[in-house]
Design a protein around this ligand. Structure first.
Ligand code: ZN
Length: 87
């Protein structure tokens, strides 16, 4: 469980991929049309997109979510007046 520092949402983060899927496809098509020149650009772009996946809050889309079971997480939960069930 995680809590959002921005809006106080408690739950699981959502994964988002940076960059544009359309641009990625366009680079690959150009890569095949130009027999390889654009593949030199398309390949690193694809790898960058795969590596730069980000976890964000599903509610406010900020990447400020932190684990709830940390002192900081508990403090934020208190600030947002969210009850945490002790395990
Ligand atoms: Zn949020």
């Amino acid at each position: 469980m995680k809590i959002c520092r921005n809006c106080g949402y408690v739950g699981n983060e959502k994964s988002v991929t940076k960059g544009s899927f359309g641009l990625e496809i366009a680079l690959w098509i150009l890569g095949f049309l130009t027999v390889g020149i654009f593949i030199l650009i398309a390949l690193p772009y694809t790898i960058w997109r795969l590596c730069s996946g980000e976890k964000v809050c599903p509610k406010c889309k900020s990447n400020a979510m932190i684990p709830l079971d940390t002192p900081m997480g508990k403090k934020i939960a208190e600030d947002f007046k969210i009850k945490i069930e002790e395990k």
